[in-house]
Design a protein around this ligand. Sequence first.
Ligand code: 4AD
Ligand code: MG
Length: 465
Amino acid sequence: MKRTEIIKALQLAGEGQLINVRGWVRSRRGNKNVSFIALNDGSTIKNIQIVVDLAQFPEEHLKPVTTGSCISATGHLVASQGSGQAVEIQLTELEVYGTADPEQYPLQKKGLSMEYLRTIAHLRPRTNTFGAVFRIRHNMAMAIHQYFHEHGFFYFHTPIITASDCEGAGQMFQVTTKNLYNLKKDEEGKIDYSDDFFGKQTSLTVSGQLEGELAAMALGKIYTFGPTFRAENSNTPRHLAEFWMIEPEVAFIQKDELMDLEEDFIKYCVRWALEHCKDDLEFLNQFVDKGLIARLESVIKTDFVRLTYTEGINILQEAIKNGKKFEFPCTWGDDLASEHERYLVEEHFGKPVIMSDYPKDIKAFYMKINEDDKTVQGTDVLFPQIGEIIGGSVREESLDKLNAEIERRDIPMKDMWWYLDTRRFGAAPHAGFGLGFERLMLFVTGMQNIRDVIPFPRTPKTAEF
Ligand code: 4AD
Ligand code: MG
């Protein structure tokens, strides 16, 4: 018999029709006469209740139907007499696909800690919380593609393996087929990569931006959406070594239009979650973060604050004058620490902030330099609870200024000639940004740790599964 997904079965009127559902048993309880199986197949957070008449199915046959086991159940869909569900299935036929020994199956109890669940990341998608998170993750990916498609952007695939360090932070994972047990070095102690797979030193990309810029200089509006890698030793609830980034790049726009795009795009994604992930959000709102739905609803209604870095520093210094204590200093020129960002967003303004025009020395080489020659047109979006969710900028389109900056920073240009060609041939004003997908996921789900919004997190000293 053809399987009906539980999400569909729950929408049917229970008129006694025969249906078949398949899934994993969440629980089984009952008495001498009747047994109730709560079955989940991942299509929805909701379980379907299967009622077993023990006169027809002796307890003995039901023995392998324990929490975690996988079954196929056929029966009549009827209106439920109990509260909590509209319909239920009266079992007529049962097949057990796979048992789960109660002595060994780790997901017996409720309320297991997030830390423990991380150690069983291969099974945690079967919990309510992670089922919800991963369904929302899928929906957010769809929202992103939908947004850009609707707005005339082309999905452009940038490479994962690259020879350039976009952010210039030296946090790249190397890619090599060299025999590390027998590494030859020259007289200066340098490694010769000419006989390596690509004939040069290569790494996993930290960002698709540089190639994205090339594409924007031909297709006008593009976006990338793929995995990026950073070998930064940051053991925080907001950093991953492997994360997904969405990077649009647009020709012919200026700073204001870039900030409009950042704001409009995030709001679209949040609205999408509220419209498409209702059941999962209600679950998370109840069990993970009581303020979640209210926060999501408020973000789509408020205008983000637009603030220059210099204005931000003034507010922070004023706060310090009035007795506010921070762990890290914040004088003009310093990179803001997350405590500073959170003060501005959560305490001072109480809403998202787009901060712009940062000192050039704390930002990457490609950002457009302002007239003052001190600041660049970076536009970061700072979010409550999260801190930086987007990093973006107008790009420096002048070949001379870009070259001067590259020289000042001593960036090796041998492998970047192609990037400079966009400034040599038909240079155009352009801008773009990168949204950390898992940071967006943190905001949309209310989860506290970035390790819990990606199926298999990669962090320092952890690459299990
Ligand atoms: O600010 P970042 O470093 O900017 C770039 O990489 C630019 N090339 C993007 C662009 O303009 N096309 O990173 C962008 C975003 C951050 O705002 C943050 O949300 C996320 O990527 N991010 C991380 N997310 C998880 N773990 C990490 N280690 C992250 N590093 C950055
Ligand atoms: Mg950044």
